[in-house]
Design a protein around this ligand. Sequence first.
Ligand code: NAI
Ligand code: MG
Length: 367
Amino acid sequence: MSNPSVLILPGDGIGQEVMAEVRKIITWFGDKRGLNFDVSEDLVGGAAYDKHGVPLADETMAKAQEADAVLLGAVGGPKYDDLDFSVKPERGLLRLRKEMDLYSNLRPAQCFDALADFSSLKKELVAGLDIMIVRELTSGVYFGEPRGIFEEGNERVGINTQRYTESEIERAARSAFELAMRRNKKLCSMEKANVMESGILWREVVTEVAKDYPEVELSHMYADNGAMQLVRAPKQFDVILTDNLFGDILSDCAAMLTGSLGMLPSASLGAPMENGRPKALYEPVHGSAPDITGQGKANPCACILSFAMALRYSFDQGDEATRLEQAVEKVLADGVRTGDLMQSDGGTPVSTSEMGDAVVAALEASL
Ligand code: NAI
Ligand code: MG
């Protein structure tokens, strides 16, 4: 049997730098754990535009459709700011998400004890926090028709439409319930069923899907209350399921409970392929960080933890994913820090590659 395939798309700016560290991790798992991947690399974003005149070449798109997992760094940068909208680096990423039909966006908000001081909340509220937000990613108000700015009488009107079909809600809900089954069997669904018909339908469909998962404790919450509860007592949640718009806001809100952008991974999953694995794209939440590009300052942990998610959700290697997450945790506990994880008087930061090496050393020590 051939090895599972991973397509690496480092992209732009620090995307290149953090991905170099992920490659060290992938090599380690091959050498020391017998987990061998067929790794190929290609261009996305500005890097693809420079070579092909488009932010994602058709042949790269085809490779992504075939890959067992796609690992992306980041796209964009000031060099590309004046490009036409149709070829902007971000369009490369949007094309991947759209054509792979990645409808379920997983955003963990996990607080490593060593970083609890970085949260905007009191340490005791966030220490040990481990929640997962599942955001529907391919429908809702960002895509619904009609949309646009129209003339109406003597003024203009801006229109967007929140639209969800039952099947769109159902597949997102199923992925959240599956996740809840792998975690603590607790799921909170958030919408605004009090004021939105799409929210009423959302609640009905989620309640229906729940019948297939009797072990999961399901609750419903209005999304505005959800936002309050997230900053009041975040540890009450385990898996949160929500739509595209609320998910965009709630996941960013939850993310900041845990400290730095440099620590946040994500996964976007679609329907199962023939081999049973879901279509999958893993990427750090952060962007290309032009302000620190090329200086060895980027924290590679968000990208490394995205690979841990790939191990868990694409390759069924939950134990090895945990090993990698614990290696990152140990490195932080040992006080090894990139600049983004330091208070102003915190001493000397390590470089991107020193951070990656420290994680590899911690993996080695775990054997
Ligand atoms: P950004 O996430 O690139 O940077 C925001 C701030 O966080 C910067 O000060 C940066 O230095 C810092 N930062 C980000 N990641 C870090 C890391 N791993 N280690 C240490 N510090 C880190 O967001 P920004 O500045 O708004 O956007 C920069 C470019 O990235 C733009 O072209 C934007 O369009 C693009 N972008 C791309 C995304 C993606 O590829 N998914 C997501 C967000 C922005
Ligand atoms: Mg956002």
